[in-house]
Design a protein around this ligand. Structure first.
Ligand code: NDP
Length: 483
């Protein structure tokens, strides 16, 4: 008997995905790992899976029914390239190589092109949900050719998470589209986590709530519009007591946030595409600031030794908990709106036909940003596929407008109290920028024209203009500048 699907790379993600595949009707799963001990361990621990195990890559390939399909779950980068090459040397035209690791989408575009030239199908796919998702149902974001999707689709649908009866997988677009949207998913995840952390900080340090009270607040929020995996696990983390000291665990965890780099990729690509993902950017920077141990220590010593007027605790309204909830919701809408803007720009740049509503659907379960909120995004794109920004969808426009006054109040209180809220405040600034009749960009254009003759456009006439700043300061009409 041969296997209809194989998995290469049996660390935590690969073994869980292999077990998930094996648990579905009709699948026979071949498994291979560079270090055979790992394969043996998996097969011994899970006889129920009926794995076909191979010690060598040659044997592994021989156990696969044609057209062969293998999912790679190894370390992103060089490890993935090495495994792709091993498979590609042994696979035949029409076979499918799937990379389920956290690849950079640029690598995926390159690999797809190279393998296509060799007659092979290559599908880079984002897989979100961590180890638990891999085992019980992740959100899956495949790219690659429509032909490969025809074969692969049913298999991926069988193992994906299910939201409202629909499997959380869709063919996102060709070549690197899947890994691109997975990257943006992770960026949005950074923003969402930062906003929740700011809400926690404000309620604790300004609102005076105890950690125990905050657990209840988050649990309560999780029954409303903010219902999401990240709010749910925030309550869990806050409820955890440190066994050693008896204190809330959050108080003994070092406050320096790590990252694996997908948030940075998101912001780098957004900068290149000119998309203001300020919510994601602030979240990435906030983690960076948190880990600047020496600067933080120097600054703390400096402000404590100074005679500056320390921020006073501002008057906190009785409604503060609900105010913060409204500010969090509005800021979250902004972060998602920006993330979706980046996907639209990426699709345009790289030639992908991405259905934003279908994408919001597959993020409703299995992945880290799963949330009730995503149903609203699904509805928004169903009503208007070419929405200019999520912020003008009637539901979101109304949701933000109804919380706008409290959002401003919360940002003001944070500033007055000296509690950093970069996510909340940059989201509000973004909202105000888009909503403004006039922006001070006019002055910036004037400055650019002054020092660099970069020219400017006028509100009342077509064409490009330049003022003779170092001459008689009269205005001349010019051909459009390329700067
Ligand atoms: P790791 O990223 O820790 O990678 C370990 C696996 O890669 C092992 O099977 C290892 O084999 C194999 N490997 C590394 N280099 C090579 C090589 N040169 N040749 C052959 N095999 C190699 O495993 P994870 O399970 O944590 O993650 C797998 C992939 O899934 C990664 O790309 C990761 O980014 C991605 N991912 C992880 C998530 C998570 O929550 N952990 C979530 C979503 C995606 P060996 O046993 O021989 O060392």
């Amino acid at each position: 008997d041969r296997a209809n699907i194989g998995v290469v790379g049996l660390a935590v993600m690969g073994s869980n995905l292999a077990r998930n595949l094996a648990s579905r009707e009709g699948n026979t799963v071949a498994v291979y790992n560079r270090t055979y001990a790992r394969t043996e361990e998996l097969v011994t621990e899970h006889p129920e899976a009926g794995f076909i195990a191979s010690e060598t890559i040659d044997d592994f390939v021989a156990t696969l029914a044609t057209p062969r399909t293998a999912i790679i779950m190894v370390q992103a980068g060089k490890g993935t390239d090495a495994v792709i090459e091993q498979l590609a040397e042994r696979f035949e035209p029409g076979d499918i190589i799937v990379d389920g690791g956290n690849a950079n989408f640029n690598d995926t575009i390159r690999r797809e092109r190279e393998l296509r030239e060799r007659g092979l199908n290559f599908v880079g796919t984002g897989i979100s949900g961590g180890e638990e998702g891999a085992l019980n149902g992740p959100s899956i974001m495949p790219g690659g050719s429509p032909e490969a999707w025809t074969t692969l689709g049913p298999i991926l649908k069988s193992i994906a998470a299910v939201a409202e009866g629909e499997p959380c997988v869709t063919h996102v677009g060709t070549d690197g589209a899947g890994h691109f949207v997975k990257m943006v998913h992770n960026g949005i995840e950074y923003a969402d986590m930062q906003l929740i952390a700011e809400a926690y900080d404000l309620l604790r340090r300004v609102g005076g709530l105890s950690v125990e009270q905050l657990v209840d607040v988050f649990k309560d929020w999780n029954t409303g519009d903010l219902e999401s995996y990240l709010i749910e696990i925030s309550a869990e983390v806050l409820a955890q007591k440190d066994a050693e000291t008896g204190q809330p665990l959050v108080d003994v965890i070092l406050d320096e946030a790590g990252s694996k780099g997908t948030g940075v990729w998101t912001v780098q690509n957004a900068l290149g595409l000119g998309i203001p993902v300020s919510g994601i950017g602030e979240a990435v920077f906030a983690r960076a600031v948190s880990s600047k141990t020496a600067q933080r220590a120097a600054m703390r010593a400096s402000v404590q030794g100074s005679t500056r007027a320390h921020p006073a605790t501002p008057q906190v309204p009785d409604t503060f908990v609900d105010d913060v909830r409204a500010a969090l919701y509005a800021s979250k809408v902004v972060a998602y709106a920006q993330g979706f803007d980046l996907i639209v720009a990426g699709a345009k740049e790289y030639g992908w036909d991405i259905d934003l509503g279908a994408l919001a659907k597959i993020w409703r379960a299995g992945c880290i940003i799963r949330a009730r909120f995503l149903n609203r995004i699904v509805d928004a794109y169903a009503a208007e596929p070419d929405l200019e920004t999520l912020l003008v969808d009637p539901y979101f426009a109304d949701a933000v407008a109804s919380g706008e006054e409290t959002w401003r109040r919360v940002v003001g209180i944070a500033a007055a109290a000296g509690v950093p809220a970069p996510g909340f405040s940059s989201a509000l600034s973004y909202f105000d920028s888009l909503a403004a009749d006039r922006l001070p960009a006019a002055l910036i254009q004037g400055q650019r024209d002054f020092f660099g003759a970069h020219t400017y456009k006028r509100v009342d006439k077509d064409g490009a203009f330049h003022t003779l700043w170092s001459g008689d300061r009269s205005e001349i009409s010019t051909t459009p500048s390329t700067h």
